[in-house]
Design a binder for this molecule. Structure first.
Ligand SMILES: [Zn+2]
Length: 92
């Protein structure tokens, strides 16, 4: 599955038991020298996004990168209908 499809659906918050529509994506830029993409940590409603952002930053500190691999900081991206991952703007 590609993570760079235009955003044309209404996802639900990834927090278990939460059925609010997801408004933000927690993700970071990832690259290995030939490819660049957003590594997706999940999509969350406005209420859960700040806490999940912190949790994802925590988790990222324990990731072991392969040679050539580079990770940007984990950021919050606002989900915008019709926009590709590459066009999302970080808001936090
Ligand atoms: Zn939620």
């Amino acid at each position: 599955m590609s993570h760079d499809l235009p955003y044309h659906y209404t996802p639900v918050c990834d927090v278990e038991g939460c059925d609010h529509p997801a408004r933000y994506k927690v993700a970071c830029r990832w690259g290995d020298g030939t490819q660049n993409e957003l590594k997706n940590y999940g999509v969350y409603c406005a209420e859960h996004a700040p806490g999940e952002l912190e949790a994802a930053r925590d988790r990222q500190r324990r990731i072991h990168l392969g040679r050539q691999e580079e990770l940007g900081p984990v950021q919050l991206f606002e989900l915008v209908e019709g926009r590709r991952d590459a066009e999302l703007i970080p808001v936090g």
